[in-house]
Design a protein around this ligand. Structure first.
Ligand code: Z5A
Length: 211
């Protein structure tokens, strides 16, 4: 498993504020004159975006947890080969809105699937980890309150209950504790500008460390 220093992922629960954090990461990197590829999961390539539609469609056939996990990894395998690796190989930085940590949190803890199965898929189908992962940590109810007005038609995963999202949050936090060299946890309950400043400081420190 390669930890690539130019690969950054952003994780967190619903409504944690990933959109403005992504902008802060992109602006900080761009100010240093590097090429930045912004991408997301599930998705990031035309085929992976089609898989995303299957995954989030709340009106379609019910998805078995195992199907959901395998579709997440089908999307990721394509994304890694078509976007992530080629960009890293040409010297660009890649910033992904979610990556494999989300599968441990949502399909592992949320759906109750065996994490050793996820580890195996990660090793065989992905092979790369972000060097840096920013976790926007936020109380579940606060996050859901933020998106309540926006999500009049919540997607399949957003329609889950609070206990599902509590397990997701707990797993992100445990993973961050277990890998402090990769994760930086940011308190996402702070005002938008404060969160953005914290994100910029983390990325600046990461760039400095890589010099
Ligand atoms: N998923 C999975 O299950 N397994 C996997 O392996 C992967 C993903 C990769 C799609 O992801 C779903 O796929 C996701 C996990 C699952 N499902 N869920 N739930 P997504 O990233 O597209 O969906 P999301 O996480 O639900 O995105 P989101 O709800 O849009 O969250 P966000 O990007 O963090 O939210 P935002 O748009 O930046 O902010 C939400 C609102 O809060 C907005 O009105 C902001 O103005 C407001 N906001 C933001 N920051 C603040 C602060 N600091 N204070 C007050 N208000 C704020």
């Amino acid at each position: 498993m390669i930890h690539h220093p130019h690969f950054i992922s952003l994780e967190g629960g619903e409504g944690a504020g990933k959109s403005s954090a992504l902008s802060a990461i992109r602006e900080t990197l761009a100010a240093h004159g590097v090429e930045v590829v912004l991408t997301r999961e599930p998705g990031g390539t035309p085929l992976a975006e089609r898989i995303r539609e299957l995954l989030l469609d709340r009106d379609g056939e019910a998805l078995a947890a195992e199907t959901e996990l395998l579709l997440m990894f089908a999307s990721r395998a394509q994304h890694v080969r078509e976007v992530v690796r080629p960009a890293l190989q040409r010297g660009a930085w890649v910033v992904s809105d979610r990556f494999t940590d989300s599968s441990y949190a949502y399909q592992g803890a949320g759906r109750g699937l065996d994490p050793t199965w996820i580890e195996d898929l990660e090793r065989r189908a992905v092979g790369v980890k972000p060097g840096l992962t920013l976790l926007l940590d936020l109380d579940v109810r606060e996050g859901r309150a933020r998106t309540a007005g926006r999500d009049l038609w919540p997607d399949r995963i957003e329609s889950e209950q609070d206990d599902f999202f509590e397990r997701v949050r707990e797993t992100f936090r445990r993973r961050a504790q277990a890998e402090p060299q990769r994760f930086r946890v940011i308190d996402a309950s702070q005002p938008v500008d404060t969160v953005a400043a914290a994100v910029r400081a983390v990325v600046e420190a990461w760039l400095e460390q890589g010099r």
